[in-house]
Design a binder for this molecule. Structure first.
Ligand code: G3H
Ligand code: 13P
Ligand code: ZN
Length: 334
């Protein structure tokens, strides 16, 4: 049976993005795979009055089951209302959809937004696939994110050794031909907790920490010039907070040289046409740091609620920080 996202109390990204581009801030796009993550996201967004995009990846669907995740998102809307958010501005988004069939099934199942990631395909094939998804999704008022340019690292099953920045000269033609609602671009971000090799970084003399190379803001500017006011998306935007990496490493973990995108660069991006910023790895790090510390301090604990509670609190703290100090989306939900 087909379900419309409006029946679930969800919204699509159209109005949200228009306001974000105009207002110079970005909407948080947080991945979720489990209940504690979802609770932390909803608590953080309700408290800060931030609109939010809940993202479901292929990995999440394999781990938790798509049906369960969709019902959890529906539950999240009711949970937000219970917490006092009268009209929750929540999008349920398919992250890195890899086929027309997957996108269609999510549209039919109540997702309010889908990404079709044809970035690894030859240009014309990416255009054709994206166009097909847009045609179906728009019939149901579901918004579509597309991608041009390839991020370094692993994009679900799409992998690339080097980053291929988005070519600004292609974006007008792509958006015109496909009718997509937003465009993910490659300007030097990448997925995961190891975004740059030590060789690509310099070292801060005082702290000894790795300092990553800057994002290609010249490319972002050139894209903005070609597509004024068009919503741009940044994937791979975790900052890999070194406090978490240190806690993990001090409590039995091993994450050598984990490094992310400095927050000041994301702040700068959020003020531009970038209106959706994807964060997943930072949530994983917050959770793992809290759990590892909890076990080190409480070796006798074995009730999952004992260690998942601090994990949830740490994730919430991190989400609130991103919303207020990086994205600027607080108080932007109607
Ligand atoms: O795009 C990558 C996201 O972080 C999702 O990762 O496929 O391991 O859930 P995942
Ligand atoms: P991070 O791995 O940097 O959190 O990126 C997540 C992402 O882009 C999900 O699509
Ligand atoms: Zn991504």
């Amino acid at each position: 049976m087909k379900v419309s996202f409006t029946d679930l109390g969800l919204v699509n990204t159209r109005e949200m993005f228009a306001k974000a581009v105009k207002g110079g801030y970005a909407i948080p796009a947080f991945n979720f795979n489990n209940m504690e993550q979802l609770q932390a996201i909803i608590q953080a967004c309700t408290e800060t009055k931030s609109p939010v995009i809940l993202q479901v990846s292929k990995g999440a669907r394999n781990y938790a089951n798509q049906t369960l995740l969709r019902y959890m998102a529906q539950g999240a809307v009711e949970y937000a209302k219970e917490l006092g958010w009268k009209k929750p501005q929540i999008v349920l988004h398919l992250d890195h959809g890899d086929s027309y069939e997957v996108c269609k099934s999510c549209v039919d199942f109540g997702f309010s937004s889908v990404m079709i990631d044809g970035s690894h395909l030859p240009y014309e094939e990416n255009v054709a696939l994206t166009k097909k998804v847009v045609k179906y999704a728009h019939k149901h008022d579901v918004t579509v994110e597309a991608e041009l340019g390839v991020l370094a690292g692993v994009e679900d099953e799409v992998s690339s050794e080097v980053s291929h920045y988005t070519k600004p000269e292609e974006v007008i033609d792509f958006v015109k031909k496909t009718g997509c609602d937003s465009l993910a671009i490659s300007i030097g971000t990448s997925h995961g907790a190891y975004k740059f090799t030590p060789e690509q970084c310099t070292r801060d003399e005082e702290t000894g920490r790795l300092v990553p190379p800057p994002l290609a803001f010249d490319i972002l500017k050139a894209i903005e010039k070609k597509l004024p006011g068009f919503p741009i998306v940044l994937h791979g935007s975790s900052s890999v907070p070194q406090e978490y990496v240190d806690i993990i490493n001090a409590n039995g973990g091993k994450l050598p040289n984990a490094v992310g995108i400095p927050e000041e660069q994301l702040r700068k991006a959020a003020k531009s046409a970038v209106c959706k910023i994807n964060i997943d790895s930072d949530s994983r790090l917050a959770m793992t740091a809290a759990v590892r510390k909890h076990f080190a301090d409480n070796p006798g604990h074995f009730d999952p609620r004992q260690y998942l509670k601090p994990a949830r609190e740490e994730m919430k703290k991190m989400y609130v920080h991103k919303i207020i100090n990086v994205l600027g989306s607080q108080n932007k939900a109607r």
